[in-house]
Ligand binder design. Sequence first.
Ligand code: CO
Length: 350
Amino acid sequence: MQPMELLRELSDAFGVSGFEDEVREILRARVSPFVDSVTVDPLGNLIALRKGKDSRVLMLDAHMDEVGFIVKWVDDKGYVRFAPLGGWDERIIGGHRVVLRTRAGKKRLGVIGSAPPHILSAEERAKPIPIDKMFVDVGATSRQEASDLGVEIGDPFTIHYPFGEIAEGYVTGKALDDRAGCAVLIETARRLAEEELPMTTAFSFAFGEELGLRGATTAAFRIDPAFALAVEGTIGADMPGIAEENQPTRLGRGPAVSVADRSIVVSPKVVRALEKIADENGIPYQYKLPTYGSTDAGAIHLTRGGVLSGIVSVPCRFIHSPVSTLRMNDFENTIRLVTSFVRSLPKSVL
Ligand code: CO
């Protein structure tokens, strides 16, 4: 499978935080040929293990969940009220089409409705609508009709834009944060499949990162790694109106090496090792400017007696909004950096 097709398959898969089963099964199928064992922990993390020369474990982490919403109420006219799962920019979620998954596993369409501007006062038009005033129109005229369509309290849904190529090598999808990281892990497993790994390697696909690094917390305890690398789809902000010093990463400049975010200050030893591997292999890279966002590395490095951890990210624009974009050359260079880094262990950092 071509890397872009893998990215398409993963971005289009359903996987709202806490409801990751569909994306998990795809990841299981994609990673299985390249590893010795695959397990799912009680909370839903998918952990694929491949034995290496050194029995100490390298944990490669990517989170498989995406931000979404959960049905909190269906009113007697059939309109659905909802709460966010993960951090959305609430100003821009109105007027989008959603895909809701019912308890029976059916996908249903809906629309996050908003009152037409014609009937709003000038004051109302100027103000964003708070999320608790928004609703989804699922095409029902009563609570019973919504229920007949399969729509119930607790159902997950998300805004769904199918994956596509905007310009050559420049793609858009709904869940590049962090299916880009998941795809990097799959590609890393595939490209290293024919060689002996220097360390036993756990490819860990975490649930619930967007709810507060939940999956990585238990996965890291279970895996008990000697070193961990989180791979993210992170904030690309090279766009009009944002000063350069406030752009956490920029598209087209290669993988972003984190020095610090809100959840971790990365050991300089790890940052230097990643720089060295990138330089030696002619891979362009940039720093993710401190200290924006949190990552699974924040949870992993505080596990047990402490785990030396780093973060490498694919820059993605517009994450935590209805659509995101990335450049395929950044994605490819991230795979190259992670692959080269795996080969360099344990000597490079341990
Ligand atoms: Co993320």
